[in-house]
Each structure stands twice: as C-alpha cells, then as structure tokens.
Design a protein around this ligand. Structure first.
Ligand code: ADP
Length: 396
C-alpha cells in the first residue's frame, strides 16, 4: 500500500508517495504559485524529473494534477490510484484540541476549522488540501498530523506566559510550539541509534532550518520548546527575530511612528539572519561572507550560535540530566562549523564534540567524542516519513 503525504500551503502543495512496507519515497513533487497566473509543478519519480508549467487556479486543480501525474503511463509511479491506501496531511496548528494525530471525519474537520485562526497563514491552506483529497480520492482515509501535537505534553509551568491568567482562559494564549513532527522523529531516531529505550532518555532536539526551534524531550515527551504562541520567538531564524524585548516594539509604535503592519513585517520577514547581516537569510551566504572576512556576517553567525547555546543550557537545567543533543534540518544537518561553535566550551554540561567526526553534512552519525558524557548526534529529519507512519497507524 502507498501513502500520499500532503503538505498544503497557501500557494503551494508539497507531496510524497511513500511505500508502507519499504518506507521508500516512490514519487515526490511540489506545486507552486497556486492561484497565480503562472503555475509550476515539479515532479520526481524513478530517478527522472519533470517540470510542468501551467496555471493552477486552486488546490483542487492542483491535486488533480498530482493524481493524474502519478498514474501517467510514462512518468507515473503508480498503475492506479487504488494503490493509495491513505492520505496523511501536515496541519500546522492543532490548538489544545488536538493532542495527537487524528483520523479525519466531519467532526474533526469542524474542529480543524475552529482552531484555524490560530495559524491564519497555514491552517486554512492545510484544510484546503484535506478537502481536495476528500473530494478527489473518495473512500480513501485521511489523517491529520499536527506540528503542535508533540508539544501538548508540556507541563503548564512551561507553557504559560506570566501574563494575566485570563488571556489563557479566554483566548488560549499560551506556548504551543511547532516543528513537533521533526522533533519527535529525531528524538525517536536518537533513541534507536543509541540503542536505549526513549523512555529512559533526556534529549535536546535542535531543529535549525529556515524556521528554528529547540525542544527538551524527557522520556520521549516534549516538556519545553522555544517557539511559542506565534512563530517568531526563541532562536534566531532566517528572517524571524527570535526572542526580543517587546518594549522595542512598543517604542517603535509609540514614539517612532511605526504601524502594526510594519512591526509584524519586521519581526517575521526582515529580522533574523537577514536583518542582522543585511546579506542574506541563507546561512550558506552568511558563512561564505564570514570566511571571506566580513565582520557583520561573523557577528550574525555568532549571535545565531549563542542563542542555541543558551537554550541548550536552559533546557539542560529543565531536564536535570542530559543524555543527548541532536541537530537536524538544513542548518543543523549541514552547518558543521556552527555545530562546532555551539558545542564549544560546554564542558560544564559534559558535552565534548569529536571535531573530525563533526565535519560531515546530511548523514546520520554520532559526532561527540567517545569520552563525552552527552552524546551529540546529527540526524536528518524526515517529517514526511513521520506523517506516513502516523497515517498508517491510524488509517489502516
Ligand atoms: P525549511 O525550514 O525551509 O525546511 P531547511 O531545513 O531546508 O528549511 O533549512 C534551510 C537552511 O539550511 C538555510 O538557511 C540554508 O542556508 C541552510 N543550509 C543548507 N545547506 C547548508 C550548508 N551546507 N551549510 C550551512 N547551512 C546550510
């Protein structure tokens, strides 16, 4: 049986077809610019790549394109759509309502719509993908897998902000956290690699991509995470600021004439690596300039590493003891200089990197020194596989 994994954005659909038995990707693709005058579908299967340029007016048409392409006699990966046993959907926000993945029925769909305004940029698009799949693949079960669900195990002491309690009661304003599927995947993989039951391990998972977050995982459960109610706090990200003192934002609005829209654009789109460096939101560009002697690039790199270090320290304290730190996502998997800097001078926590082993990109490996008290690992994330596994668990 094959699982169709769908990650539906406001103007894009990413998809993978994963074989349930082998867990291999048999086809994958990306549809971009949905709803715009020029659309594009990129498709990969059997080692060949295809690009189809044509307008994609909406998500339903997009899914139609996906379905006809995957059974195309020349480039298709499947003989018939009947091979698709279930669809797994990434849903960004599950609020407090959804604490784990769920098989979608009418009631769940209503529930998804209720929590939709918690992630206005993402959830409505996720729901469009779900509705398109229900319509175009009748009879095929659909499962929603949430970015927030893994963090629903956080104790209240870690998810509350010290704001008036009423904000939590009336509006659900609390820390939710994101990237849960990735944190859960790499934590599980870490336990497998170390050959120990996850229930016995305290792990800090560092998801460092365009979006970044760090999570304290105790016995397989998230107990704290750096992203919160929205998606810009915590670590420095590509264009998002990470933690800032809100007094700066008040001051800009009160005394410097900034509008709310300008503030939002600044903290979500113009800050982070891009805002600090004034070079790029891409860590590769920052590194290139830094190694060429650019001081601002060096400062940006140092600030990024410093924030990760501080969160590791803070979460080590929260966890009490620490067994492993794991790095994942674009920067975490590839930026070995950054991993070196983050783990440097961490003797107080018993963290010692094997500097040579660390000089790798994108492969699963233990990168700590043999005498390090804490294992440090690089584990490439695989959110799609995690979604496929959850889909198999609930729909078959
Ligand atoms: P997304 O959140 O969009 O899925 P990714 O996990 O793909 O993001 O991560 C994107 C980030 O990974 C970018 O900042 C990019 O610079 C960084 N990255 C990719 N390759 C490297 C590399 N070789 N060295 C350092 N950073 C890298």
């Amino acid at each position: 049986m094959k699982i169709l994994v769908i990650n539906s954005g406001s103007s894009s659909i990413k998809f993978q077809i994963i074989d349930q038995d082998t867990e291999q990707v048999v086809a994958s693709g990306l549809l971009e610019r949905i709803g715009m005058s020029e659309g594009r579908m990129k498709y990969k299967s059997n080692g060949s790549k295809t690009v189809i340029d044509k307008p994609i007016p909406d998500h339903e048409t997009g899914l139609d394109m996906v379905l006809s392409t995957i059974i195309d006699p020349k480039i298709g990966a499947l003989k018939s759509l009947e091979e698709i046993g279930a669809c797994g959907h990434r849903v960004v926000h599950g609020g407090e309502k959804f604490t784990s993945s769920v098989l979608i029925d009418d009631e769940v769909l209503r529930g998804l719509e209720e929590v939709s305004d918690m992630a206005p940029l993402h959830n409505p698009a996720n729901i469009m993908g779900i509705k398109a799949a229900i319509k175009k693949l009748p009879g095929v079960p659909n499962v929603a897998v949430f970015d927030t669900a893994f963090h629903q195990t956080m104790p209240q002491v870690n998810y509350m902000y010290a704001l008036p309690y009423k904000l939590y009661e009336d509006y659900g304003m609390r820390r939710y956290g994101f990237h849960g599927t990735s944190h859960q995947f790499v934590a599980q993989r870490t336990a497998e690699i170390l050959g120990k039951p996850i229930e016995e391990l305290n792990i800090i998972t560092c998801h460092l991509g365009n979006g970044c977050s760090i999570t304290a995982v105790k016995g397989g459960k998230s107990i704290d995470t750096s992203l919160g109610y929205g998606t810009f706090c915590g670590l420095v990200m590509g264009t998002r600021s990470g933690d800032v003192d809100p007094a700066i934002l008040f001051d800009l609005m009160e005394n410097k004439g900034w509008s709310l829209e300008q503030i939002k654009t600044m903290v979500y789109k113009e800050s982070g690596l891009l805002g600090l460096s004034e070079i790029s939101m891409d860590m590769r560009d920052i590194e290139e300039k830094m190694f060429a002697g650019n001081q601002r690039a060096k400062l940006t790199f140092d600030i990024f590493a410093d924030r990760v270090k501080k969160y590791i320290g803070s979460y080590a304290a929260t966890l009490g003891t620490l067994d492993a730190i794991v790095f994942t996502a674009g920067i975490g998997e590839n930026g070995w200089e950054l991993r070196e800097q983050i783990c440097d001078n961490m003797d107080v926590f018993g963290i010692k990197l094997d500097l040579e082993a660390n000089q790798i990109k994108g492969v699963e490996r233990v990168i700590s020194a043999p005498d390090s008290e804490v294992a440090v690992l690089l584990v490439p994330t695989n959110e799609e596989l995690m979604i496929a596994r959850e889909t198999v668990r609930l729909a078959t």
